[in-house]
Design a protein around this ligand. Sequence first.
Ligand SMILES: Cc1cc2nc3c(=O)[nH]c(=O)nc-3n(C[C@H](O)[C@H](O)[C@H](O)COP(=O)(O)OP(=O)(O)OC[C@H]3O[C@@H](n4cnc5c(N)ncnc54)[C@H](O)[C@@H]3O)c2cc1C
Length: 437
Amino acid sequence: MGNLEPFKVIIAGGGVAGLALANTLQKADIDFVVLENRDVAPKIGASICLISNTGKIFDQLGVWKTICALNPPLTNRYHVDERGRLFDDSPMFREAMEQTGRPILFMERHFCLKTLYDNIEDQSKVRENTGVVSFSEDEGGVTVLTSSGENIRGSILVAADGVHSTIRRLIAESVAESDPERSQNLIRPYTSSYRTVFGTSPSRPEADAQASDGVVYHVYSRNRSGITTPGPKGLIFWFLFIKEETTYTTPDVPRYTESDAAASVEKYGDLTACPGYLFRDLWNTRVKGGMVTLEEGVVRGAWNNGGRVVLVGDATCKTTINGGIGGNLAVEGICNLANELVSLVRGTPTPTTQNITDSFERYEQKQRPRAEIAYMSSNMATRYEAMDTPWLRFLRWLSSWIRLGSETKAIMGYMGPAPFLNFLPDPDVDGASLPSN
Ligand SMILES: Cc1cc2nc3c(=O)[nH]c(=O)nc-3n(C[C@H](O)[C@H](O)[C@H](O)COP(=O)(O)OP(=O)(O)OC[C@H]3O[C@@H](n4cnc5c(N)ncnc54)[C@H](O)[C@@H]3O)c2cc1C
């Protein structure tokens, strides 16, 4: 027997995944509430790259034009050695834009989140400083207890609460006795062998002439590497990656302080970031920045609790930053989940728990292979750019002389099969709202 309460989605977490889902449900006329532990769209100095298939979904949601208007398209990827010498140049971003009709863009993560938030018509549905503490479930729905002691009722709970997901831990605890292996998979899903010092810094006019707009610089060095790109508004987005001395497993990963970051910059920051800048310079002039360890992996075992609770985004899969696809993957997951949910609710407005769990499983069947590809390719990119093994150092040397493959082909191969929202018009077919650039 189905439940008789109107369908409502409780979203835990107002990051990229949570806000993308809120926008998607708004488009589908499905009720929702977002519960965010902290402020929405905090300014922490991180940047994010959005690729063309995310652009298509954001186009369907009505936010892509705003994003394109304020962030210039990327054109090339420059591969640079540790002395700042260019050894390979790929026009992959420009070619991907020509083939998809959508640019690939770098922007402040804060801007991306704010744009998604601003597009939500009823912002009272986004509750800041309201964390999910626990949940309980019955055949009619799910009840969430918040950090302010309130009970909130919904039909399903979507855990978009990030890499250290509270909800993933609660599911793990609930099966600790009956299925200890599954419990451990949920509690300790990721490993971490690299960390990043990241930031946003103002560019210097005298150095600007040297660093080209639209270019992403990938700097290779032994056991460290970097990504830098001049962004909009005279800002430079940058990441310095450093190999950890040991491999950590989530949740036992270090939480770094500002002085830890400063010590790492002191030791490793003499690397060229892009023409005119060392990472040390960028750290010293940062507007904002920090240091985090880079977890990676795909959660093994089901991404749902066999009931009305499902994991999305970084709660299911974590990729290193070198591939630039973690946030994009989170949006893809939202798309795959929403396609299942919308079809379910439109066919059965009061679905049973079994109907719901089946739809969660169909979402995971589509998303898991994408997550595995994203995780593996990012894992390889991180190790290649940090020249982690003798073989990778040889490949890196070889790549100065022989092109090892087409980067455009690789990114098109990844983006080609990506999903879009199948209950909304296809903007590529209808030309509904293609951005002008
Ligand atoms: C420095 C940095 C740079 C990155 N750059 C890129 C990039 O260029 N391209 C890219 O694609 N990806 C990038 N990523 C990865 C990308 O940001 C993540 O994959 C993406 O943010 C995942 O989104 P999410 O919503 O799943 O998780 P998060 O962004 O972590 O959001 C989770 C949210 O849940 C909230 N929360 C936590 N616990 C609770 C709770 N109990 N109740 C309620 N709310 C809770 C948190 O406060 C947070 O706001 C980067 C990551 C980092 C750290």
